[in-house]
Design a protein. Structure first.
Length: 209
């Protein structure tokens, strides 16, 4: 496959391959995608995970287990490096769909007044940026569909709101959350802690206006 200028997907080498086109049309219909580019983006994103897994084939067990655990947290059902190497674009699309369906249920159950997101910055790792942007797109769409206000905050704004210092590290953020929230217990996952910090920033922001 040859790389496109966008760096967000690879164009198929055989543009008019009937088998591939039929398969992509089926996926597009199944997941409600508007164009083939969305499928190419999914393939591009999952290839980044597989490429990393290939490099870990000869790595020590600890590194492999850490990477496998990372993919499990993302929602992929994998138990080994071999399982990760077998992931394909539909596995990626399924995961995006699962995130959307789960968030939709949470919105329906709790009916929040607002939804807070950490603002995405362009990074050197285009595949990581792509994955985050696609999930963010699902979140914003569901918020709009439910008529919920959506707020975005930069990491600097979040740290400033929580710690009063825009360059605070994760430990300082956790300590500030303990001080601010009664009976706060530091979660094992940094992602959960980040989510609480973003939510609290949104609370401070909306109540100060």
């Amino acid at each position: 496959m040859t790389k496109s200028k966008s760096k967000l997907f690879n164009r198929p080498r055989k543009t008019y391959d009937s088998v591939r086109i039929k398969s992509e049309h089926q996926l597009a219909k199944k997941y409600g995608l508007k164009s083939m580019r969305e499928i190419w983006k999914a393939d591009f994103a999952i290839s980044g995970i597989r490429n990393r897994a290939k490099k870990l084939i000869t790595a020590d067990v600890e590194q492999q287990e850490k990477f496998i655990e990372m993919q499990k947290k993302k929602g992929f059902k994998v138990e080994s490096i071999t399982d990760i190497l077998a992931l394909n674009k539909e596995d990626y699309l399924k995961r995006i769909l699962q995130i959307g369906e789960k968030l939709d249920k949470i919105i329906a159950e709790y009916r929040p007044d607002g939804l807070a997101i950490e603002k995405l910055f362009l990074t050197k790792n285009q595949k990581t940026a792509l994955k985050v942007a696609e999930v963010k797109g699902v979140i914003i769409y569901l918020a709009a569909k439910a008529n919920i206000s959506c707020f975005e905050f930069t990491p600097l704004e979040i740290k400033s709101a929580i710690c009063g210092y825009g360059k605070a590290d994760k430990k300082q953020v956790q300590n500030a959350l303990k001080f601010t929230l009664k009976n706060f217990i530091s979660p094992k996952s940094d992602d959960v802690c980040d989510a609480i910090a973003v939510s609290l920033t949104c609370f401070f922001h909306t109540n100060s206006h």
